[in-house]
Write a protein that binds this ligand. Structure first.
Ligand code: GFB
Length: 311
């Protein structure tokens, strides 16, 4: 279906920009609004903008996100910003009579020791991973907001849970980024400086599931078109890799020949969070981009957009 007016909230971020690239191929009319015009934490600003623009649907990619260090260090920012953005957009969507909304969560909403692969039903069955519980609580609240507006008002609001993501427009700042962009940067700089070793945080043992953001964007639009249920739905790659294995892969892609050192004073975070995405796969979505191919593309993006701008 095309010709819809769809607001991509958070269109400049890694996820939002991937969704915009995907939607622009389909003939949908993509609405965007910059932070300088509407601060999504400002209830009145969001409500006024939505009532003036009344999209047919909202793809909710706006969030305060970051890696393990940022989550653990700035808990107030992660819980406040995300709760504010969620309550403002979801409530205002209802007030402005927007019937369709796709909220995006994260695999870190599940209990730290959830049975693997994690099924949707595992939500709220055990304690969260402490390094990101603030963000996780806010994301769980987002899922519950969607369910509440469905239950009370019949709104067709749904939630999609991605695993760890990477791709173009990622954040390469070493203190706030996720592991994959951090490793691309660390190995690239070590190669150029001929450094003998690269420091990896933690033990290298945790397992993570990585999905290219373009595969997620297709999944989100697929859900907009095909999924309309109360339960949130997982959207993951279906395979996992250890942080050590990831570091070896990034090192190979970048062409770094030194050694890896593990800084065990840094947290590992959750040991494992592989999701069961069988529900979405059974409906017809599958990821297309292998991890090695995706990392090679992300490295090229980094060289063309971050390194070249810095020189
Ligand atoms: O990607 P990451 O920050 O997030 O870290 P999480 C994943 C693993 O990589 C952890 C290790 O075990 C880190 O200790 N790691 C190794 C590194 N070297 C580095 C490095 O240089 N930088 C970073 N950042 N990590 C986040 C959550 O958890 O994932 C969020 O905090 C969200 O809430 C997001 O869910 C997807 O997977 O641990």
């Amino acid at each position: 279906m095309s010709g819809r007016r769809i607001w991509v909230a958070g269109h400049k971020g890694m996820v939002g920009s991937a969704i915009v690239r995907q939607l622009e191929k389909s003939g949908d009319d993509v609405l965007k609004v910059d932070r300088s015009i509407v601060d999504l934490r400002n209830q009145i600003a969001v409500e006024v903008w939505l009532k003036q623009n009344r999209p047919d649907a909202i793809l909710f990619a706006a969030a305060k996100v970051g890696g393990i260090y940022a989550n653990d260090t700035f808990p107030a920012d992660f819980i406040y910003d995300n709760l504010a953005i969620e309550t403002n957009i979801i409530h205002s969507a209802h007030s402005a009579n927007v019937d369709r909304l796709v909220f995006l969560g994260s695999s870190c909403i599940y209990p730290k020791f959830a049975p693997q692969p994690i099924r949707e039903e595992a939500l709220l069955t055990g304690p969260l991973e402490p390094t990101n519980e603030w963000y996780a609580i806010a994301k769980i609240a987002g899922i519950k907001l969607c369910q509440a507006y469905r239950k009370q008002y019949g709104r067709r609001f749904i939630s999609v849970m991605p695993c760890n993501l990477y791709g173009p427009n990622d954040n390469f700042d070493l203190t706030t980024s996720h592991v994959l962009p951090a490793l691309i940067r660390k190995f690239h700089e070590a190669k150029n400086q001929k450094a003998p070793e690269v420091v990896i945080w933690g033990t290298g043992a945790p397992l993570r599931e990585f999905l290219h953001v373009d595969d997620l964007a297709r999944g989100v639009i697929f859900c907009l078109d095909n999924y309309d249920e109360d339960t949130h739905i997982n959207c993951g790659a279906g395979s996992e890799i250890s942080i050590r294995g990831l570091a070896e892969t990034v090192s190979r892609v970048v062409g770094y020949e030194g050694s890896l050192v593990f800084d065990t004073t840094k947290p590992d975070g959750t040991p494992r969070k592989l999701m069961d995405s069988g529900r979405l796969r059974a409906m017809g979505w599958t990821p297309d981009i292998s991890l090695e191919e995706g990392i090679a593309g992300a490295y090229q993006w980094y060289l063309a957009n971050v390194v070249s701008n810095a020189t």
